[in-house]
Write a protein of this length. Sequence first.
Length: 68
Amino acid sequence: MMTIRDKYHMKKNWMGDPCAPTNYAWKGLHCSYAVSTPPTITGLNLSSSGLSGNISSSFASLKRLQYL
């Protein structure tokens, strides 16, 4: 996620674990909190981030991403 933030020069205050603790999950990210697996990023809502250009290959590392 930091690679994506840096590539698009996003001014997000993303630090630490993106999904945990749940009270501090990163804005714009949606995570799965299944009991049997660690929290995982399943969705991104970056519509208010003003992104433009090509889609970064870094998104491919988000293996459980269901929507963007």
